[in-house]
Design a binder for this molecule. Sequence first.
Ligand SMILES: Cc1ncc(C[n+]2csc(CCOP(=O)(O)OP(=O)(O)O)c2C)c(N)n1
Length: 729
Amino acid sequence: MDRAAIVHEQLERRLAAADFPRGAPPSGPLTATRAVSIYRSACLSRALDRQARVMQGTGQGFYTIGSSGHEGMAALAAALRVEDMAFLHYRDAAFQIERATQVPGQTPAWDMLLSFAASAEDPISGGRHKVLGSKALNIPPQTSTIASHLPKAVGAAYSLGLARRRPPAFRQLADDAIVMASFGDASANHASAQAAFNTAGWTAYQSVPLPLLFVCEDNGIGISTKTPDGWIAASFSQRPGLTYFCASGLDLYETYRVAAEAADFVRRRRKPAFLHLGMVRLYGHAGADVPTTYLSRQEVEADEARDPLLNFARLLAEAGALDPAGALAIYRETNARVAAIAAEAVTRPRLQTAPEVMASLIPPPRPCPATNGPAPEARAALFGHDLAAQDEPQPMSRLINWALHDLMLEHSEVVLMGEDVGRKGGVYGVTQKLSARFGRDRVIDTLLDEQSILGLGIGMAHNGFLPIPEIQFLAYLHNAEDQLRGEAATLPFFSDGQYTNPMVVRIAGLGYQKGFGGHFHNDNSVAVLRDIPGLILACPSRGAEAALMLRECVRLAREEQRLVVFLEPIALYPMRDLNAAGDGEWMDRYPAPGERLALGTVGVHGRGTDLAVVTFGNGVYLSRQAQATLAAAGIKARVIDLRWLSPLPATALVEALAGCKAALIVDEARASGGVAEALMALLHERTTMPHARLTAQDSFIATGPAYAATMPSAAGIVAAAKALLEAST
Ligand SMILES: Cc1ncc(C[n+]2csc(CCOP(=O)(O)OP(=O)(O)O)c2C)c(N)n1
């Protein structure tokens, strides 16, 4: 017999007989009315789990990971405020349901059944996924990646302190709100979780406000792997910077009392706390999981005998709040009501087409005053002597630095964060002086953890800041890329555009640094950024364009709520000359504030029609050198700078190719997974011109004299151009 049916029968039988498990008497401040409300929410959560299984059995529902055994989370919801943003574990239906009782007009049963049915009317994901979440209830939806929501919960909590001092234009969270993030006991071991606990502790240890309540729902097991007895208490009860609270999640009175204490501590002291709740997991991990295949029958039955609903009913009876017959009546009535609502929910329309599914990949624009650059007086006051230097040609690193100054001056919600971005001003000096001029709370020197840096950005964006996180080197994005791929990019998708986390991630990267670094400081792979739906990837090749593009990136994030990555070619930061020492051809004057280069436009250098070289980043620099050599050999080329690597500026590129006899793609990324793969396909599909590619080898980058041996060179571009033209005549 199905374990869900066994649990249900036991509950009916034992409630009818008032045959309860033993336990401590009710204690603490929970009122009778509130206790019964929590019990009702718990029953609704249980009934929805049962209904989800029925719906899946009949092909009407699509996801059955349940909340049974975790109904104590309703008592936690009662101890928090709706203003407290909640990043939830997937077993927290009871939390959401109880929170819904605190907001007029909510229909949690209907909403969740629409979600089970993958109806397009599901109010959180629009039928894209079964997720918990609600805009009205301040619950952003979660992906199912374990623990990946915890770094952003730290970021959202940090934002609360900053927002008190410097309220952001698009503020979402109230002054005295706190943030709550819940997770399972197995998830607590995950690197993303450990990063978040450490970052929270590290922050609080320095007395920086971080009002964050971590809640560990400890049912003793993760799918089939048991958590060692006492592990959670042993590893969290003494953690620096984190205050530990513990309660039985099977006891609604105790959970409420301890949760209220923990929430009060977090709210008043503005410090993080760790609330450890003991739970049981009923019916195994999810629909198809049969717990008796890895647990003994006795173990499974022992958990079932501790069913929180039975325990709640006992406590309610002992408190004189509700008698067992009343508890049974509520349980039955709730199940019947859910079945009736489900019958209606499964008739609602579902998504059918690709455009319907994709409608929320790109978030909606938000109303914003136009941006024209900061006022001249403000600029004069900020820049001082630097203002005169802005009329002189300068290398890229300085122009990006000035662009960041102007953006921070104009938009008070812009915040920078990263390793060494503050006092030092960045490894390459790109963020110099910003910390001194805008304050250490707007230019945040973070601890050394990329997940936490991106989580800080994502979380702050949840509260209306415009974060510009920096990843010090491209190779170090990879240990944290899920924060972009799985979290930031999916948020609008899974919330039907209701939640967004716009930001501009600056990443220093790509190859060609003479004498410095080897692979890790010269990573030339962009594949991981190019296949993330909705993400914009920009890569400038020279200083003025870098400033203009960065302004556009911030506009895209600020006004269109987009997730943008700005990839800065390190080797070009200090570049001054192009063809000869002292020619100064790779320096630019700082472009007038307010000017921008629009997304989707390309740069075209030269008018030659013999050949178009299609490239980006360092490739533009090398191709411009090759262009001069080719011209001397009588070959007139134009160099097309893509600027935008995702989405590719296809229309502008095809226009820029007009009249050219052939196209050579020069891609400093690797042959496999590089940009050239997409460009070859694009040229094949959209043009009839002969085309070829020159890419980096499928290799890591060496240090020493062979630092550029695996990547395109100016001489290599000349040779490839000649070969292409010969082959196509
Ligand atoms: C990063 C990641 N790895 C693996 C999984 C697959 N997975 C889903 S739930 C789960 C177990 C989680 O256990 P726990 O945190 O104790 O929560 P519980 O399900 O017991 O409530 C695993 C391994 C995942 N979702 N994400």
